[in-house]
Write a protein that binds this ligand. Sequence first.
Ligand code: FAD
Length: 466
Amino acid sequence: MKYDVIVIGSGPGGYISAIRAAQLGSKVAIIEKYSTLGGTCLNVGCIPSKALLDSSHHYYDAVHHFEEHGISVEKPSFDFKKMVDRKANVVETTTGGIKYLMDKNNIDVYEGLGSFEDATHVKITKNDGTSEVIEGTNIIIATGSKPSTLPFISIDKERVITSTEALKLQEVPKHLIVIGGGVIGLELGSVYKRLGAEVTVIEFMPAITPTMDKDVSKELTKVLKKQGMKINTSHGVTSVERNGDEVIVKATNKKGEEITFTGDYCLVSVGRRPYTEGLALDKAGVKVTERGMVEVNDHLQTNVSNIYAIGDVVRGAMLAHKAEEEGVVVAEYLAGQKPHIDYNLIPGIVYTWPEVAAVGKTEDELKEAKVDYKVGKFSMRALGRSRASGDLDGFVKVLADKNTDEVLGVHMVGARVADLIMEAAVAMEYRASAEDLARICHGHPTYSEAVKEAAKAAWDGQPLNA
Ligand SMILES: Cc1cc2nc3c(=O)[nH]c(=O)nc-3n(C[C@H](O)[C@H](O)[C@H](O)COP(=O)(O)OP(=O)(O)OC[C@H]3O[C@@H](n4cnc5c(N)ncnc54)[C@H](O)[C@@H]3O)c2cc1C
């Protein structure tokens, strides 16, 4: 079979690029080694983690917040199996939706491991060992990433686990030790904390979510600690050992002291690595970096002109929406269009509660770039909406250029800020000023009023409700 475009990998990067290429008139094939489509995001990432976050959030609210709203329920309890089954159903429905979209767009789906024969031919090896070769004028590598670990940690997938296993546990841990205070560790840590586990986070850097704005990390640390999560920053893990049902983690703190943590599960969430195993990139002559990422130029084109790569397997944030945008860009570029991504405007979100969301530059980045900036901050606590719901933690912080008033970065902690951040992204896409944002009429009472107020604080230093 001969195709205009072959996509290897069906995660958010791959399946979206396949759809866009088909919409633009190409004959498209997609290859996926697993039996379900959707990649990490739909199967063992974004979707199952959010399903468990939502279920555990409902339970946590019932235990901790219903009473303040005047609702009494006899001691709330949960059926963990049911929760996990629900998560599996959500995943099944969502991945089924991708199959539907492939059919709708006349995209041929091949199940099996894709590997290059040369720059235009891909072999598909199926589970039963049989194989076939298809030909593509253009090929898009969208093979994603896998959890990474530290050299001295052996992941046994039972007690020393990655996010993949953490989403499939059969029981709530008694004490979950989380190595790595990044997005994945904090989200999964939150799930089990809400369900009653003791959760200890060990982070090497001086702050959790270390790449986010410092104020955000501080607020999130405060709130998570209030919820009972134990957070140990500036701790370097030196060993992880399993002893029966126990896991013993040793770490060295800032003072050089050795601290020992003992739990029944240890989640290793120290990042993810690009995944190209089995692709036989050498047969096509595609170059990878020392860190194993497929090298691409601004058009996501590899050193082989008809082969492109997108998503977690290339440089940049390992996020589903970044992968999707890149998928669209490559498909449109191949169709002769002139697409563009502003990598500065890819939102970063943490689905703890309260949520965390950010777009654009942090204060540290502006300082480093020697940009003259001003800050406007507004506390969620001052909003009528927050008082009504009882979600008082957090703030919105707007960073704007001191000379032009252009919004350069927006950082938020609070209820529903995962959705709220898009207002900031749209404003920044259109290069709005803080004054523009402050002058837009915002619905009342909404959490979005914090954006307006923080923008006003950045623009003229005079928020109205503070
Ligand atoms: C627990 C967790 C939670 C997350 N939550 C979020 C979130 O809330 N929001 C967000 O934006 N991101 C989130 N992410 C990250 C997100 O899942 C990834 O950024 C995204 O899935 C990357 O998409 P991709 O298309 O590049 O690759 P992937 O989704 O990894 O898909 C790659 C696909 O390629 C297939 N493949 C690999 N090699 C071959 C081959 N040789 N032949 C055939 N098929 C192959 C794989 O089986 C896989 O299905 C989360 C990740 C994890 C682990």
